[in-house]
Design a protein around this ligand. Structure first.
Ligand code: TPP
Ligand code: MG
Ligand code: ZN
Length: 279
């Protein structure tokens, strides 16, 4: 399946979970479908870590984990935890209280930098030291490559108004966490207003750059664009990818609407959205 088809499938699955359970945060889920598809289907490698600081896009994360084969029943988990919970396999951090995920991601990125792992270039095995059993004398004729897992952290744009986020931004630069990537879902809306009217966060990218991060802004619904900028890593600098998104993307009645945050989807809107998002 191509990535666009995967994204469509995830979008339909999320719509169905939200419709059947009559749960809100439809807008917040729809804006991250391509972001999470990009990450899990082409960017993240084994041992990399994903943290969603936006705990209210649980439906999308569970649908992705189901598609990856990490969990079997996204519906079951969504019924139990409609905010992201670490009790779900494949999830390391529970979200819900905004502003905390990046601090956790910083700690994990720092720990991963300290516990160096080595990949045997002969057989691909990852080990804690420069040894392997595939070649004579525990060496590898092709040598070893240093492996530092990457940590990706997703944040909402309204969430950037939390002071704690900027302490983490400062910490990441100070510790030169070049294995850390923050992804901002810049949909321009938060729960009760336009983000830049509630408390201005624009220009997001400049703010990160002034804290000595590297980064790019990109189109948040184009998988090739997102993957390109997510793959970038700069030596000794943490990285940010600001994704310009549409809250409620793919659901006409909800697109770029404040109500997409808290309204539940009705039967007619649901059926139309499923039609629009089929392959
Ligand atoms: C600390 C904290 N304050 C308030 C809330 C309530 N709340 C849940 S979602 C949300 C809006 C967040 O907006 P944004 O970060 O832009 O995310 P979006 O829904 O647009 O993806 C708010 C205020 C919360 N979960 N945590
Ligand atoms: Mg937002
Ligand atoms: Zn080997």
């Amino acid at each position: 399946m191509e990535n666009n088809q995967i994204a469509n499938k995830i979008r339909r699955k999320v719509l169905t979970m939200l419709y059947e359970n009559q749960k809100c945060h439809l807008g917040s889920n729809m804006s991250v479908i391509e972001i999470l598809t990009s990450l899990y289907f082409g960017v993240m490698k084994e041992n990399d870590i994903f943290i969603s600081s936006k705990g209210h896009c649980a439906a999308t994360l569970y649908a992705i984990l189901e598609e990856k084969g990490i969990i079997k029943d996204a519906d079951k988990y969504f019924k139990q935890h409609n905010l992201i919970s670490h009790e779900v396999p494949g999830v390391l951090f529970s979200g819900g209280s905004l502003g905390q995920g990046l601090s956790v991601a910083c700690g994990m990125a720092l720990a991963k930098k300290k516990e160096t792992k080595w990949k045997c270039l002969e057989c691909g095995t990852i080990r804690s030291g420069q040894y392997c059993f595939c070649c004579p004398n525990r060496t590898a004729t092709k040598g070893f490559q240093k492996i530092i897992p990457r940590v990706f952290c997703l944040l909402g744009d309204g969430e950037l108004q939390e002071g704690n986020v900027w302490e983490a931004v400062m910490f990441a630069a100070h510790h030169k966490l070049d294995n850390l990537t923050a992804i901002v879902d810049y949909n321009g809306l938060q729960a009760f207003g336009e983000t830049n009217k509630v408390m201005r966060i624009y220009p997001i990218i400049n703010r990160f750059l002034s804290f000595d991060w590297s980064g790019f802004q990109t189109v948040g619904h184009s998988i090739p664009h997102i993957q390109n900028v997510l793959k970038a890593q700069y030596k000794e600098q943490p990285h940010v990818v600001v994704c310009r998104t549409i809250k409620g993307k793919g659901v006409p009645a909800f697109e770029d609407k404040l109500e997409s945050h808290y309204l539940n989807i009705n039967k007619k809107q649901y059926e139309k959205a499923i039609r629009i998002n089929s392959d």
